[in-house]
Design a protein around this ligand. Structure first.
Ligand SMILES: *Cc1c(COP(=O)(O)O)cnc(C)c1O
Length: 414
């Protein structure tokens, strides 16, 4: 019997000392609002935008209150009108359909495949059959699909591509930053993502009209000229009169905390992947476990890991989750009937009508999820993997004893 794991799955690294010092300096100045600059000073929010634009290689960047706010702003800046249909993944997190609803629009869900990325055949089909002009792709849990193909599908059908990069800050597809494949991309700096300011979001784009609208929507009043990663003044000529102020700014305190974290993003991404690879290697040795394939072009950030138990029925999965919990290992099951915690099952979002997505249903029914915080050591990752392997083996043998015809893998029903 494996000994109980004592690590905490929701414990992130502390905020770096340099970030704490920068935050204290902002607090001492009293100038927390981004447009409350001293004469000759550039605000922390503006500096953050400039640095993130440089890192990502985008022309423009806007810091906002959350990734959800960034998505709603991006949709409206891309011209989404109330009542319009927006294509998005069936497998995503609640703030994504929430942001679509906040823009007054209606999500239309696209299937995912066994590798947990958008099913491109279904995307082509839905684009052809739908009036949607925007595809909001969500790189849910950091899984990136063939972005060259997605970009070309969207381009051919004149569908604007917006990327939800909440879990792919620092990731790349074919060497290109995740978030640089379409019109715009949205990142999260919420505690569980790849930079931590409690809450926060970043929006990038190369399109000057789009970004002028986005800056106005974020609540810039007429201070847009103070932005350091904004399009030229002329781009605001119409937008300044025609765009409502939706008050979703980022403040200087959060920007100050984020700047030093951006500087260490690559190191943290490497550390996440080191942990991911340990767990992936251990779990791939377990017969009943299926791991998503990660193509060479996908330079992901393994801040969490997902795996399926394709032969298992609901009761068996509940038993795995229960045994792991007893061993101190926190797993989330995406197939649970009732939404709990951070919800991500589309049929729990009943404020819009969704057509069933049978492939996604089948995949989520056996899909498990585990965070990999950087406070875990490589040894912790070994121990956690061993506990999961043991729980899966026990649940499998227990069920085999109980079910008379369950000695072949098909009998377990996929
Ligand atoms: C966290 C998350 C969001 C939303 O981020 P917030 O900053 O909390 O609004 C959007 N999409 C995905 C996939 C996420 O994981």
């Amino acid at each position: 019997m494996e000994s109980k794991f004592s690590g905490n799955f929701t414990q992130q690294e502390p905020i770096p000392e340099s970030a704490i010092e920068a935050a204290v300096e902002v607090m001492r100045s009293g100038r927390l609002h981004r447009y409350n600059e001293a004469p000759g000073e550039t605000s922390q929010a503006s500096l953050l935008e400039r640095e993130f634009a440089e890192m990502s290689g985008s022309a423009y960047c806007l810091a906002v209150a959350s990734c959800g706010a960034a998505i709603a702003i991006a949709l409206r800046s891309a011209g989404a009108r109330a009542g319009e249909t927006i294509l998005t993944n069936a497998f995503t997190l609640a703030p994504v359909p929430g942001a679509i609803a906040a823009a007054g629009c209606i999500p239309e869900l696209v299937e995912i495949n066994d590798d947990l990325v958008v099913d491109l055949d279904d995307l082509r089909k839905k684009i052809a059959a739908s009036t949607a002009r925007i595809f909001l792709i969500s790189h849910m849990r950091g899984h990136i699909c063939d972005m060259s193909e997605v970009a070309s599908i969207c381009e051919r059908s004149e569908v604007a591509l917006i990327e939800d990069c909440a879990h792919t800050m620092g990731a790349r597809w074919n060497g290109v930053w995740s978030g640089r494949h379409g019109l715009a991309a949205c990142y999260s700096t919420q505690t569980y993502k790849h930079a931590n300011s409690g809450e926060g979001g970043l929006l990038i784009s190369d399109d000057s009209d789009f970004m002028a609208k986005a800056i106005m929507l974020s609540g810039s009043y007429m201070f847009y000229e103070r932005h350091q990663a904004a399009p030229p003044k002329a781009s605001f000529e119409d937008a300044r009169y025609l765009t409502p102020n939706c008050s979703a700014r980022m403040d200087n305190l959060r920007a100050a905390i984020l700047r030093p974290q951006l500087a260490s993003l690559d190191r943290r991404c490497r550390e996440w992947n080191e942990r991911y690879r340990i767990v992936e290697r251990r779990l791939s040795a377990v017969d009943q476990i299926a791991l998503p394939e990660r193509p060479a072009a996908e330079e992901f950030v393994g801040s969490s890991i997902q795996f399926r138990l394709p032969g298992f029925v609901g009761e068996e999965i509940e038993s795995v989750v229960g045994r792991c919990a007893d061993g101190g290992v926190a797993l989330k099951w995406f197939g649970a009937a009732e939404p709990a915690g951070f919800t991500s099952r589309y049929d729990s979002w009943r404020y819009f009508e969704s057509v069933r997505c049978p492939s996604t249903d089948r995949i989520l029914a056996t899909l498990l999820d585990m965070r990999l915080p950087l406070t875990f050591t490589p040894d912790d990752c070994e121990q956690v993997s061993a506990i999961i392997a043991e729980a899966v083996a026990e649940a499998a043998s227990g069920e085999r004893a109980r079910l008379p015809h369950a000695n072949t893998s098909n009998a377990r029903g996929d």
